[in-house]
Design a protein around this ligand. Sequence first.
Ligand SMILES: *[C@@H]1O[C@H](CO)[C@@H](O)[C@H](O)[C@H]1NC(C)=O
Ligand SMILES: *[C@@H]1O[C@H](CO)[C@@H](O)[C@H](O)[C@H]1NC(C)=O
Length: 335
Amino acid sequence: MSLLRMPTELLLQILGCLGSSFFCEDPRRLAVSRQWFLLARKVFLEDVRLSPKSLEQLLYNPSESRLAALKQNLRSIDLQLNGLENKKSKVSDWDRCLWLAPCAATLDQELNGLITILQDCKKLRALRLTASREFPATSLRIDRFIYLWSCRVLKLITLDNLTTLTLDTCGTMLPGIGPHHEGKHLCASISSLLTTLRHLRLRMRSICPVAFRLPKGDTPLPLMEVVVNISIYGDSPKDHPTLYSRKCGFNLRRRHPLKEMQDRAKLLVARMSLLRRVRILSGPAGHLKSWDALTGKRRTLADGAEWDDERMEETLEDNGDHSDDDSAVLGVPEQ
Ligand SMILES: *[C@@H]1O[C@H](CO)[C@@H](O)[C@H](O)[C@H]1NC(C)=O
Ligand SMILES: *[C@@H]1O[C@H](CO)[C@@H](O)[C@H](O)[C@H]1NC(C)=O
């Protein structure tokens, strides 16, 4: 039987196995025939990765049928921002400074437009937001700009019915964070998602134990996995390998959140019924340590380990959190 004569269900299963990335690699693969296209597009639009460029395309060249298909099929979105890189690419650092505010405002509007679309995506369950550094590694003069605001990120992460959330926003500060902005404190909003999320992964420039604040009562949480990376070494030559997240709010001594996060993580574990992993990653880049809230063990992570990586190297300690050992992970704080 020819592939195209197969029953729709079967063809859809085959296309599903190929996955969205198969069509991403080469969009011409969508256009085999009309019947194939309708099914392949469905698969293609289930898992979507957006760069700043494709975000612009989506917003400024909307095709009604494409938008409708997206709203109907989208299950997971992977938004990869790289600052204002594509908005003003061929200007000097100084000109960038002048252009920064309007460009950041444009990006903010675009994100708002995206959120409006995502609000209509009934099947959306997974969101990944990566906000990497604004400037390429060669640009030393200006190190890092603010191009995202916590209120916008907050609207993204509080989209209805999300069960998987990955936030990796080390390339920008997220102003609006702090004890005086409780309403916009991202960690507080993250903690309110603990009753609905299954997977939570965080890597942010500021983080605090508020993110693990437990909901009242003793109902078990649906959470299966929580991984926080407080090592935030980036791609700038200015970064010190031991750069780490600092506690939210204004603190002169730039307190290290590790010990308090560990204490809260243990309480979190007690409320999780389908526990798979609760980890906090720390330490200098290239020598990351993974602390496991379940066992209290700290182990060395294999090089380039992913969030859910099980490849560990040696075990460092047998038990306890060895908070007196924090000095080992304390390095040069963020400037
Ligand atoms: C979220 O889920 C509920 C219950 O399944 C559903 O009624 C609602 O429409 C969903 N919201 C969105 C935006 O998908
Ligand atoms: C954790 O952060 C370090 C940078 O300090 C990075 O090299 C590593 O890939 C990150 N791991 C995850 C899972 O985010």
